[in-house]
Write a protein that binds this ligand. Structure first.
Ligand code: APR
Ligand code: PHB
Length: 397
């Protein structure tokens, strides 16, 4: 079996890459370890940057996002109960949408299949061979059959725990954080028209949503937190305490139908290419969720990659592919800084040295006060949150 671009992983990165390639007449095959129902249900991020929305719209996969996604013009920053509105629309002229990652995945799977795309679910024993040669291959098992897929290029879009990254020699740069997020989904109406990011003496909390009847909330907890210690009443009580505001905020509660603990880390693998293997999305980097950037960054990578592959397919030129690591990493590090900065500014850090901890708390508070009182600082937050602009639109020919 042969294709132009073999893609490992049917997350947002792999699926969108396959779609963007097909719009340019480039053939691809997507190999996914899980079944379709699993990837369409997996609960992940939920915020789309301005440029992500435009890209999905311009490439014909934004209709349901526009119909069902929740538009937001800003966020609230809460500082021990004191509320500050960051007005993205006014500060940047741009905005965001809340639309679950699994909904983006559903839309992309539906479109790939409608277009006759080759997406294979439940592939096992996926292995890469000779990625630095001119004839890279992937071996895998599908429907009980051993298969080999030859390709001109392989895109490793298999997420943080995938196999692709280990075939790209280089450096892992990472920062671990001494806390995790306990996340819940609940059948409850959102209690605020905007997302609330709250810094509180007990730790960080985030109030988000998925629809007019479903809220998504997060609490900063210890890295080794046991979910059994968090019955629903304790979660609601702690959320109410940390999210309390001077604006009459009242948290609506409801039945919790999903509960999980996510560790936090920043991670970047450099470079993002070895020979004919190119990494994109979580396979190459992850950010803590405080800036809502994971899915957007994965999408930004494949936007660059699909242009570079389009150039190669049309002319044989590899300038774009040769520049892929450098082009993609420029945005990766901007977003890595922003996510680290938001995380550092809003969480409670319990250091080992009490004097240094108190010092760090004062500096953190000063940073937050500056951010909510200076238009320049607020604009910095806003332009990063809505997403730094791309150099060109999708159609650049
Ligand atoms: N073979 C085939 N598929 C694999 C393999 C493998 N060996 N290993 C992993 N996969 C699949 C996973 O099952 C998953 O569906 O690769 C896909 C990777 O998708 P994501 O983890 O969603 O990664 P990505 O597309 O880069 O999207 C990044 O996901 O983790 C979130 O917050 C993150 O929002 C961000 C987004
Ligand atoms: C979410 O709704 O899941 C969400 C929103 C904002 C974040 C992280 C997660 O920063």
């Amino acid at each position: 079996m042969r294709t132009q671009v073999a893609i490992i992983g049917a997350g947002p990165a792999g699926l969108l890459l396959s779609h963007l390639l097909s719009l340019q007449g480039i053939d691809s095959v997507v190999l996914e370890a899980r079944d379709r129902a699993y990837i369409e249900k997996r609960v992940r991020a939920g915020v789309l940057e301005h440029g992500t929305m435009e890209l999905l719209r311009e490439t014909g996969v934004g209709a349901r996002m526009d119909a069902e996604g929740l538009p937001h013009d800003g966020i609230y920053l809460r500082l021990d109960g004191e509320s500050h509105h960051v007005d993205f629309a006014e500060l940047t002229g741009r905005s965001i949408k809340v639309y679950g990652q699994q909904e983006v995945v559903k839309d992309l799977v539906a479109r790939r299949l409608a277009d006759g795309g080759d997406v294979r679910f439940e592939c096992s024993e996926v292995a890469l061979h000779e990625v630095t040669s001119d004839r890279p291959r992937i071996s895998f098992v599908h429907n009980g059959q051993s298969e080999t897929l030859e390709a001109d290029w392989i895109a490793g879009c298999d997420g943080f725990h995938g196999i692709s990254r280990s075939h790209v020699p280089g450096e892992d740069l990472q920062r671990l954080y001494p806390f995790a997020w306990l996340g819940i989904l609940a059948h409850a109406a959102p209690s605020s028209e905007e997302l609330i990011y709250a810094k509180h003496a007990h730790g960080f909390a985030l109030h988000s949503m998925r629809s007019p009847t479903v809220t998504r909330n997060y609490l900063q907890v210890h890295t080794d937190e046991d979910l059994a210690e968090w019955p629903d009443e304790r979660i609601w009580s702690e959320l109410s305490t940390r999210l309390a505001g001077d604006d009459g905020f009242h948290l609506t509660t409801g039945e919790i139908f999903d509960k999980s603990v996510t560790p936090m880390r920043s991670f970047v693998h450099e470079p993002m290419r070895s020979g004919r293997l190119l990494l994109a999305g979580d396979a190459a980097h992850i950010v803590p969720p405080t800036g809502a950037k994971g899915m957007n960054l994965a999408i930004a990578d494949v936007r660059v990659l699909s242009h570079a592959l389009g150039q190669w397919a049309a002319t044989g030129a590899t300038e774009g592919l040769d520049a892929y690591t450098e082009t993609a990493l420029a945005r990766v590090w901007r977003v890595t800084h922003f996510s680290w900065w938001m995380t550092s500014m809003l969480h409670r850090f319990d250091g080992y040295d009490p004097a240094s901890t108190r010092f760090d708390e004062r500096v953190q508070l000063s940073q937050l006060r500056y951010t909510v009182s200076s238009r320049a600082a607020m604009t910095t937050l806003a332009e990063n949150y809505v997403g730094m602009p791309f150099d060109t639109g999708w159609c650049y020919s």
